[in-house]
Ligand binder design. Structure first.
Ligand SMILES: Cc1ncc(COP(=O)(O)O)c(C=O)c1O
Length: 401
């Protein structure tokens, strides 16, 4: 059995662990959300978000200028709805790509406002770009897609879809909730009009706020009055220019977000992208060396996620029998996720978003291997740990959780 003394290790794909500094930021005395103190906090968070939204490339080059980063008092679903409702709230034609739970959510949100054509693939399968090219026409007002599909561990091809949207003059809204802050993201090169992310994922801040980057070109297309009152983006943009929100801000969460994004600026996005890629490879190679199968099998321009790894549960521990495996992982003081919706009891998922160390990734690989062994699956835990370790540069150990 594991040692009880080991710290709790949170490997769920959100919320993710946050640093002590981020936690401490939430414990400071309240101030008014209309005070200069709060405006300074908002501006710090906004500056850090500008960096993440526009400099998420392996060499740190700038991918967009002149757009606005704004922060919402609500999780990413609010950002997704705000984007859709402000762009097609008065009706229109939307093409939504669906190959997982969050792509489906985007389509469901769009259903409430506009006429939606879904381009679908099984959850975990890649959406053929040709099918998107057929669905998007000159009558398409908006295309929605999820970059990193958290429910299946797939990285969907935003560049290719953005090109199709641009060819037809359609607006392009991308959910970068589990990629931004951990992986490459190119606003202008990918023709993205609005990008959305969430505090509690790769930004490594607590849950409760989300953020959005509205490009200069997209601002004119927004119609705040077609959106729910709370999500009027014209209003949010006006207030963001003053470093405020239209309504009362979740002051402690904004403070925490400011500290978290400053950590990212300090680490730099190129280093962060490289670290996330190495850590995701470590999970994949580690589990493969133990004889476990990847759940997604990406094709074409679709790739494995660099932030979330999804693994098929062996036949003998699927369905109700999966509970013993998840309990055995939890007994090791490690928290991982199962599958969502119909993937429940069929897969497990681990995240490497945020500031995990190499040692924590290795502990995750071992915890899963030992739990498998405990429920009767024949795995070679040491081979898994060795394969994972081979992917992790030694200096990654320097990053404190
Ligand atoms: C890709 C993606 N989009 C959107 C969301 C929605 O986040 P929430 O349910 O916190 O609003 C999540 C949450 O896991 C996600 O992973």
């Amino acid at each position: 059995m594991p040692e009880d003394s080991e710290d709790f290790l949170l490997l769920n794909p959100g919320p993710v662990p946050v640093t002590d500094e981020v936690l401490r930021a939430m414990a400071e005395p309240m101030v008014s959300h209309r005070s200069t103190e709060f405006e300074a906090v908002y501006e710090r968070a906004q500056d850090g978000l500008d960096y993440v939204f526009t400099r998420s490339t392996p060499d740190g080059e700038t991918t967009s200028e002149g757009g606005t980063s704004l922060i919402l008092n609500g999780t990413a679903t609010m950002g997704m709805e705000a984007a859709v409702a402000n762009l097609v709230g008065g009706g229109g034609n939307v093409v939504s790509l669906v190959n997982g739970k969050f792509g489906r959510r985007f389509a469901r949100i769009a259903d409430r406002y506009a006429s939606v054509t879904r381009v679908e693939a099984d959850w975990g399968a890649s959406i053929p770009v040709e099918a998107v090219a057929e669905a998007v026409t000159d009558d398409t007002d908006l295309v929605t897609m999820v970059h990193n599909e958290t429910s299946t561990g797939l990285l969907n091809p935003v560049a290719e879809v953005g090109e199709i949207a641009a060819e037809h003059g359609a607006r392009f809204v991308v959910d970068g909730v589990t990629s931004l802050g951990g992986d490459e993201f190119r606003i202008d090169d990918w023709n993205v009009d609005v990008a959305i992310t969430d505090a509690q994922k790769a930004l490594a801040a607590p849950p409760g706020t989300s953020a959005m980057y509205v490009t200069e070109g997209a601002e004119d297309a927004l119609d705040g009055e077609s959106a729910p009152f709370y999500e009027d983006l014209d209003w949010h943009l006006r207030k963001a220019a003053q470093h405020q929100t239209p309504f009362t801000s979740a002051v402690p969460l904004f403070r925490a977000l400011a500290v978290a994004v400053e950590d990212i600026v300090e680490e730099t996005m190129p280093a962060r992208i490289e670290r996330h890629r190495a850590q995701a490879r470590a999970f994949r190679e580690g589990f493969a060396a133990m004889g476990l199968d990847s759940f997604p099998a990406p094709e074409g321009p679709t790739a494995f996620s660099n932030t979330v790894t999804a693994i098929s549960l062996p036949e003998s521990i699927r369905g109700d029998d999966s509970a013993a495996f998840f309990d055995a992982v939890a007994d090791r003081n490690v928290s991982i996720s199962g599958g969502q919706a119909h993937l429940g009891g069929r897969i497990f998922r681990v995240s490497n978003m945020g500031r995990l160390s190499a040692a924590q990734i290795l502990r995750g690989v071992r915890a899963v291997g030992e739990a498998m062994d405990e429920v009767g699956i024949d795995v070679d835990v040491d081979a898994g740990a060795d394969a994972a370790e081979a992917e992790l540069p030694a200096e990654a150990d320097a990053v404190e959780a």
